[in-house]
Design a protein around this ligand. Structure first.
Ligand code: PGA
Length: 258
């Protein structure tokens, strides 16, 4: 059985002291679920090192929200996977805000993925269709294009090297999560696509749902067979909400074990 992964994407929130204080609070509240659920927080790059140190020895892992495709060089404002290697566990790439606001292309994401894997970072690759694409019935085409382009030529050692976050863009920050059934169907397609590139690993790779995940809808989402966790934005900024999402996920796992 795949162990669920709950990732908290802080986006551009919190000052450094606030982020640190919040990370320490989470440590007290969610450590107890670590046996059943993997938890990762994705703070802004500025506070990542400080938070990673504060969480050392604790099962909560940290990840970056973005990184460049080169190890070093004249890339003003960027951080590289090489800088994260050895102490930062995860890297999120391809979030729709990066794609839309910073014009990231599928080809760049392929280079980022290769660079991150070279430095043993576990990657969460976000994919998802916009409202316009959804309404035009183009979800399958869009997901197929985004995923195939990003993983082109990529080799994995372990199924945990790469997780996919399916985030319909129309569900992000809108309070309108996809229905569990719709998310599960699209994620089934994603697993089929993973099987083409990573035969033998795809059934063990994690596919997360993202887009308006809350304590209230977590259980229904996590009960779906293809949903192996969540990428949580807004609700990851409030400790009681994030903790309840992790707790609800742990409860679903426990009920499925019985
Ligand atoms: P949301 O964001 O949970 O606030 O919808 C999800 C995301 O952007 O990853």
């Amino acid at each position: 059985m795949r162990k669920p992964l709950i990732a908290g994407n802080w986006k551009m929130h919190f000052s450094v002291p606030e982020g640190l204080e919040y990370a320490l609070q989470l440590r007290r509240e969610v450590e107890r679920y670590a046996d059943t659920v993997d938890v990762v927080i994705l703070p802004p790059a500025l506070m990542l090192w400080e938070i990673a140190n504060a969480l050392r020895g604790c099962p909560i892992e940290v990840g970056a929200q973005n990184a460049a495709w080169e190890d070093q060089g004249p890339f003003t404002g960027e951080i590289s996977p090489k800088m994260l290697a050895g102490w930062c566990h995860y890297l999120l790439i391809g979030h729709s805000e990066r794609r839309q606001l910073f014009n990231e292309t599928d080809e760049e994401l392929n280079r980022k993925l290769q660079a991150a894997l070279r430095h043993q970072l576990k990657v969460i690759l976000a994919v998802g269709e916009t409202l316009e694409e959804y309404e035009a019935g183009r979800t399958e085409e869009v997901i197929t294009r985004q995923l195939s382009a990003a993983v082109y030529g990529v080799q994995l050692r372990l199924p945990t090297d790469l997780s996919i976050a399916y985030e319909p863009v129309w569900a992000i920050g809108t309070g309108k999560a996809a229905t569990p059934g719709y998310a599960n169907t699209t994620m089934g397609l994603i697993r089929l696509l993973l099987g083409k590139s990573f035969a033998g690993l795809a059934s063990e790779m994690r596919i997360l749902y993202g887009g308006s995940v809350t304590p209230a809808n977590t259980r229904n989402l996590m009960e779906q067979p293809e949903i192996d966790g969540a990428l949580v934005g807004g609700a990851s900024l409030k400790s009681p909400d994030f903790t309840q999402i992790i707790q609800a996920t742990a409860e679903v796992v426990q009920s499925q074990r019985v």
